[in-house]
Design a protein around this ligand. Structure first.
Ligand SMILES: NC(=O)c1ccc[n+]([C@@H]2O[C@H](COP(=O)([O-])OP(=O)(O)OC[C@H]3O[C@@H](n4cnc5c(N)ncnc54)[C@H](OP(=O)(O)O)[C@@H]3O)[C@@H](O)[C@H]2O)c1
Length: 352
């Protein structure tokens, strides 16, 4: 897919374009974000661990590739982000390692600490250290995750409204080790550390909390979050349990369109008065509702892969009120997201 012509808001104003650094730019969210920034007239420093693997991104930018400079940077290498962040006014820190496979049965907690959590924390500090050194950065937007949020209160009862204060407890997750627990702890600790370090260094940091992101994509292969969303169709044994675990933590599957999540990153970058964390969810559906919407958009699909305890009709509301009160408007709802995800997956050849 190649980007449409830009409807630049800054370009043509005569002002020098503002530089934004986007980390993890070959990923699903960050690649779309690079396109969204360029369309608004920003210039982008895009990071990847391997510039050779980013050639598809440069091609996807079409005539606007000169607005993006690719930098090699690795969260695990100290000082790695310094060059990319230099002269940038904003940093959108989207990159995160998605490798959570710990095969060892023994010393699992120790292995998780040394092989996943410590590198994840070092990575966040690495990016923020680069921001502190650059001296040009006005705001950092950190991409968190809805996995840091729970629909249940301390007594284990469902809340009626889930908001930014409904944080998962690290101690509980560490003790119970539910499905996906390493990712949950990694995102919780990284976000906490990022806020702490930013405060110490006087860096203005806000975080955005995406639920499952779906819709169209620029990446050469189908993004993992679309595989999760489509898992009731595909029955994928790797991805369906992730959907089921989101459902058991939140009581539903909250969703956001890729365009909206990218617009919200830029909105939070631009809004001087933004502070703290922001959930960015356009709407939720239960697994049976999701299955019905998938069926209506993909008629050849007939099976219903969900267990009985997913069938609640009432579930907590995942609130994006803090974001919408600041002025953000969502363009797409849950049914648009599902319809477009199915259409793009058919076009891609993933669904036949
Ligand atoms: N997609 C969703 O539904 C969703 C929902 C909630 C939160 N999020 C969060 O959003 C962010 C992006 O998610 P995504 O779905 O776009 O993931 P993704 O497609 O896997 O992209 C992540 C990117 O991070 C980069 N990365 C991985 N390890 C790295 C390392 N050691 N050093 C530097 N870069 C590294 C990779 O780029 P290179 O391989 O080029 O280095 C990769 O392209 C993540 O922080 C994720 O937790 C996503």
């Amino acid at each position: 897919m190649e980007m449409d012509a830009p409807c630049s808001e800054l370009a043509g104003s005569g002002a020098r374009p503002i530089l934004v650094c986007v980390t993890g730019a070959t990923g699903y969210i960050a690649s779309w974000l690079v396109g969204s920034l360029i369309r608004r007239g920003y210039d982008v420093h895009a990071t990847t661990r391997d510039a050779g693997k980013a050639s598809w991104l440069v091609s996807a930018l079409g005539g606007y590739k000169s607005r993006v400079k690719i930098f090699e940077a690795d969260l695990n290498k100290d000082g790695s982000f310094d060059e990319a962040v230099k002269n940038c006014q904003f940093v959108l820190h989207v990159a995160a390692s998605m490798q959570f496979d710990i095969s060892a049965q023994e010393n699992i907690e120790e292995q998780v600490k040394t092989r996943i959590l410590e590198p994840a924390l070092r990575g966040a500090i690495n990016v923020l250290q680069a921001c502190a050194r650059a001296g040009s950065v006005k705001r950092v937007v950190f991409t968190s995750s809805i996995s840091t949020i729970t629909g249940k209160d301390d007594a284990g009862d469902w809340r009626s409204i889930i908001d930014e204060s409904s944080s998962e407890s690290i101690t509980r997750v560490w003790k119970m080790k539910p499905k996906g627990w390493v990712y949950v702890i990694s995102k919780l600790l990284t976000e906490e550390k990022a806020f702490q370090f930013a405060k110490e260094k006087g860096i203005d940091l806000v975080s955005i909390i995406p639920p499952t992101v779906a819709g169209p994509f620029l990446t050469p292969s189908l993004p993992a979050s679309l595989r999760v969303l489509l898992s009731p169709i595909t029955g994928d044994p790797q991805f369906y349990p992730i959907l089921a675990s989101v459902n058991s933590r939140l009581g539903s599957i909250p969703l956001v369109h890729i365009e909206d999540i990218c617009n919200a990153h830029i909105f939070l970058m631009e809004q001087a008065e933004a502070e703290g964390r922001y959930i960015c969810s356009a709407g939720s559906c239960s697994i049976p509702e999701l299955t019905d919407l998938l069926s209506s958009n993909y008629p050849t699909f007939s099976s219903k892969i969900f267990d009985e305890n997913c069938c609640k009709t009432r579930y907590p509301v995942v609130s994006s009120k803090k974001l919408t009160d600041l002025g953000f408007k969502f363009k797409y709802g849950a049914s648009d997201i599902i319809q477009q995800s199915v259409a793009c997956s058919v076009e891609d050849g993933f669904l036949r």
